[in-house]
Every structure is written in C-alpha cells, then in structure tokens.
Write a protein that binds this ligand. Structure first.
Ligand code: NPQ
Ligand code: MG
Length: 369
C-alpha cells in the first residue's frame, strides 16, 4: 500500500477519577493519536505516552519528535507490502517503542480494512470475547479501596489488580483478602522495591495472589530471577520486557513465570505476536496490560488479547472504567459474564468520533505538510 497522508493528534482526556501508581498520580491523560490515509481508507493508532518519563523514558514530546522527524518520513518514502514490514523499516531508529507502535497500529487497521476482516482475525485471534480485569490505583484509604473493589466485582470484573508501593502493601493486601477471601487478586508495584524488600515480598506469599507484577527495577532481569527463587508467588514482568530479546532473556533466566504484553511497550503488534509465540512455546501464560488507552488503543489491545496464549484476564476494562466519554463508538461494555466482546467489523471495529477527537485535541499536524 502507498501511504498518502499521516495525521498526528496530541490529545488530552480527563479521567473519571484520579489514577495513582507508585510513580505518579494523574487526573487527565495525554496521548498521541495517529490517522493514516491510504487508498481511500483511514487507519487509526494510538501511542499511549505520558507527559512525564516516569513509566518509561518516552514522553509526548519525544514521541511527537521521533514520529515527525524520523518514523513518518520512513512511512511516506516507500510502498509498504504489509504491517509486518514495519519493524524492519523502523529498526534504524533505536528504541522509542510507543512512537513506533502507534504508527504500526494504524497500518494494521488499514490492512485489515483492505482485507475486509477485523484486526483480531488478521492477527490470528481465536476468541470472540476476552476476560476482563480491572487495575485499581492507590487510594486515600483502605475503606475506599475495599468499596471500589466491591463495586467492580458487582459490575462483573473477573480479576482485581491493586497497585502497591512502600507503605501501601502487605497490610493493604491483608485487608483486601480478609474482605474478599476468594477473589482472583494480584498486585503491581511498578518498580517500587529492591531486593532489600525481599522479606516483605515473601510475606505476600501468604495471600494466594495470582502474581506480583514488576516489583524491582524497570529494566532489571537478574534481580527478578533472584527474587523469584525466594518466592512461591509467580512474578510477572511488565516494564522490563521492552523487546522480544528481553522476553527471551527473562524466560531463560527465570526472571518471571508470566508476561504482561502491551503492544505499545514492545514496539508494536509484530513484537507482541513474537513474544506471545515465544511464551506459548515455553508454556508461560501471557495477558494484555493497558496504558489507560482511548477506544483506539483499547480496540487494538482487545484484538491482540483474542490470541490463544492470552489465558489470564488482563487490564483491558470497559470504556466507562476510565472515561465519561470516549472518542470511539460503540463503547466497550462489560458483558454479564465479565468479558468484552471482540469486534468483528473490518479493521479495529469501532468508529472514531471526529467531533469528540477535535474537542480533546491540543495540537495537530499533517504530513506531508
Ligand atoms: C501498568 N497500567 O500495568 C500500567 C501502568 C500505567 C492499567 O495499571 C500514563 C502513563 C498513565 C503511563 C497509567 C495499569 C499510566 C501509565 C498506568 C502507566 O503498570
Ligand atoms: Mg504494570
């Protein structure tokens, strides 16, 4: 396909309620949305970059710059035979996985539309619905946390993930377990601990957690392997797995027993599929994480989560978990059995609402200009 035009939108969407992790507390989220025009169609992608470099080094500004000055020119330069060609074309640009993933996603959407199938089908997805979990930030009190968990369970979510940080960890988990003895429960530390905290982390073994996500440094492989040897609870890596190579190293070292796949964090769908296959061969389950995406990124995540080795409920929640009003229609809604339906229409299967996109746009650029 010949890419004719690329549009970049820097948007900001207000959250329904604040989201606090071990690294920040946010009340609104900035992101970069991509529209790519080719052969009479438009494909949509999302780079879920933050304004601050606290989850990863990428920010709105680095993403905008790397896309504008390096990646978009590479897209416009030559014909493309398939979305799967993009990682090789982008390889000369080191790193910047989220900048690459947003552009690649729009090409997957276009390619699926051209073929008249859903992105899920194009990727090799096999499920018609995915199990939905919810990620709950640090709250101002234990009471508020327990109330929120109760509300999400009533809505039907299949798995609860709570964020932990020093001072909001074992005691909180104990209180949650006391109130909800059987709920599928896990914790995510977003790199808030070191090996010096191993005894606290071992204490979590007493609470029947599905897994502990990314307790140690954001780029570590070695110390997680050391920690895993001291724990019964399975470790899951998120931040540390930023490439297929890192996934291979983590599996070889025994750094984790589960991997959280976020297509945006690993540089796009092609790498997400490669990590999925690698884990499947190693009998390591995976699940799809989230970056509080708009409906565009959410749709791409739902598509990838329909693949066979996504055997654990992930962080893909219904649209109303985060947004009063999303920029796509129809919204993703939680089915009574705690699943989200995988759209079957061509491409991402949800329609971008141009008026709503305009309303949240802070800055916009078109290439070629
Ligand atoms: C995680 N997501 O699994 C991430 C963390 C996260 C749903 O827990 C802006 C930028 C907001 C990065 C919110 C969930 C973010 C962000 C959450 C990352 O670790
Ligand atoms: Mg995480």
């Amino acid at each position: 396909m010949q890419v004719e035009r690329v549009e970049q939108f820097h948007i900001q969407m207000p959250l329904k309620s604040h989201f606090e992790t071990s690294f920040s507390r946010v009340t609104a989220l900035d992101k970069i949305i991509i529209a790519i025009y080719a052969e009479g169609l438009v494909g949509w992608g999302e780079s879920p970059v933050d304004s601050d470099p606290y989850y990863s080094y990428e920010t709105i500004e680095t993403c905008w710059h790397i896309q504008r000055d390096f990646l978009i020119p590479l897209l416009l330069k030559h014909n493309l035979s398939s979305a799967a060609d993009l990682p090789a074309r982008f390889a000369r640009v080191r790193g910047h996985p989220m900048a690459k993933a947003g552009l690649e996603a729009a090409i997957w959407d276009l390619e699926a539309q051209q073929a008249g199938v859903s992105v899920a089908t194009l990727l090799g997805g096999t499920r018609s619905a995915i199990e939905s979990g919810v990620s709950i930030g640090v709250q101002d009190s234990v009471g508020e946390l327990l109330d929120r968990i109760a509300a999400y369970l009533t809505e039907g979510y299949r798995r609860i993930k709570i964020k932990i940080k020093p001072g909001w960890d074992v005691e909180i988990v104990r209180a949650v377990r006391e109130r909800f003895p059987a709920v599928p429960l896990m914790v995510d530390a977003n790199s808030a601990y070191t090996l010096d905290d191993a005894s606290m982390l071992r204490a979590l073994d007493g609470y029947d957690l599905l897994m502990i996500e990314q307790p140690l440094a954001y780029d570590d492989i070695i110390e997680h392997a050391e920690l895993q040897r001291q724990l019964q609870t399975r470790l899951c890596l998120d931040e540390s797995i930023y490439s297929v190579g890192r996934a291979r190293e983590a599996l070889a070292m025994g750094s984790c027993q589960i991997i959280n796949i976020k297509p945006a964090r690993v540089g796009g769908m092609t790498q997400a599929l490669a990590i999925h296959d690698l884990c499947q061969a190693a009998e390591v389950p995976v699940w799809c994480g989230g970056m509080l995406e708009s409906g565009i990124g959410r749709a791409h995540n739902v598509a990838v989560a329909s693949l066979p080795n996504f055997t654990l409920p992930g962080d893909i929640s219904a649209s109303d978990r985060y947004w009063h009003e999303d920029i796509t229609e129809p919204p993703f809604v939680l089915n009574p059995d705690g699943t989200l339906t995988v759209p079957t229409g061509p491409g991402i299967g949800v329609a971008v609402q141009r008026d709503r996109l305009e309303k949240v746009t802070l800055r916009r650029a078109t290439y070629p200009s």
